[in-house]
Design a protein around this ligand. Structure first.
Ligand SMILES: [Zn+2]
Length: 63
């Protein structure tokens, strides 16, 4: 089993395996650090801080 290379969107920070973010159509980057899982974005302070408006997995820092 080969683990997929995860990438992060430069715009919304969402983590994906795709070269282009499926949510905002921006190119993704392999150079990112840390991630946070948002299960309830309406109640999450991190989501509010990062401007996240849906649940999912997001990189903390994308270069
Ligand atoms: Zn995106």
């Amino acid at each position: 089993m080969v683990a997929p290379i995860l990438r992060a969107c430069r715009k919304c920070s969402r983590i994906t395996e795709l070269d282009v973010c499926p949510y905002c159509n921006e190119p993704t980057s392999r150079d990112w650090q840390g991630y946070v899982i948002i299960n309830d974005y309406e109640k999450s302070e991190i989501a509010a801080k990062m401007n996240i408006r849906s649940n999912g997995k997001y990189a903390l820092r994308v270069r």
